[in-house]
Design a protein around this ligand. Structure first.
Ligand SMILES: N[C@@H](CCC(=O)N[C@@H](CS)C(=O)NCC(=O)O)C(=O)O
Length: 227
């Protein structure tokens, strides 16, 4: 539903709007991609918790971030859906996700592992944050931690050159760097212990670039670090 038709929301000026704080690595990978594609956008840093959640629910039935309002008022939800749209607009030559064939399957596979590992990281963070310690279900947390560890360790061994697929940066590099920086900030001891030197180098390199510099995570309101 176009945002301007949503009852109760102020009518926005036309243009692309990104909803969600950069502190969310899903939002950050979209924001970095928007910048790399040269898309000018307005940033509305809604939180998927507390009072902002009701605002999000007006255009996302599951009230999550990111969401992207397009120029025509249409609203896209979920970072993968948003990136798919941005790639199509960028066109096959410029797309950060290869348009077809083995190269596309390769990047999508890398992204599937990265997204899965990051979802399990977030699941563990939420359990640790929202439940009192005595209610933590340790076998579940250990399972999540193993999936995070195995996912990132697998990714660390998958480089074909300076970038995941060789000599050109793709969405796999952007997404993994955003997720690695998020995980490292949230659980420094856990991520240090993974010994993923290539992922660390990738994240260090990308975080110095203008698109990452312009999308630094806001100060956290959930617990800053959960080692
Ligand atoms: N698959 C989604 C995941 C997005 C996601 O997990 N967002 C988190 C913030 S990091 C969120 O909105 N959490 C609140 C909730 O799940 O209720 C995507 O790629 O956009």
């Amino acid at each position: 539903m176009p945002e301007d038709e949503v009852a109760g929301l102020p009518v926005s000026p036309p243009g692309v709007v990104l909803y969600g704080r950069y502190a969310s690595p899903f939002v950050r990978r979209v924001a970095v991609t928007l910048r790399l594609y040269g898309v000018v956008y307005r940033h509305v840093p809604l939180m998927p918790f507390g009072p902002d959640k009701a605002e999000l629910a007006k255009f996302n039935p599951i009230a999550r971030v990111p969401a992207l309002r397009l120029d025509n008022g249409e609203i896209l939800i979920d970072s993968a859906v948003i990136l798919d749209h941005l790639d199509q607009v960028a066109g096959p030559q410029a797309s950060l996700t290869p348009a077809a064939g083995a190269a596309r399957r390769r990047v999508l596979t890398l992204l599937a592992v990265a997204l899965g590992a990051n979802e399990k990281l977030v699941a563990g963070l939420y359990e640790r944050h929202f439940l009192p310690r005595e209610a933590w279900h340790t076998p579940w947390l250990n399972t999540c931690d193993k999936q995070v560890r195995d996912g990132f360790t697998w990714l660390d061994a998958e480089f074909a050159g300076p970038w995941f697929t060789g000599s050109a940066m793709t969405q796999a590099d952007i997404t993994v760097a955003a997720f690695w920086l998020f995980g490292r900030a949230k659980r420094p001891r856990f991520f240090d212990g993974l010994g993923c030197k290539r992922l660390e180098a990738l994240a260090e390199r990308l975080q110095e670039t203008p698109a990452f510099q312009a999308t630094k995570p806001e100060p956290e309101t959930l617990a800053d670090q959960l080692t």
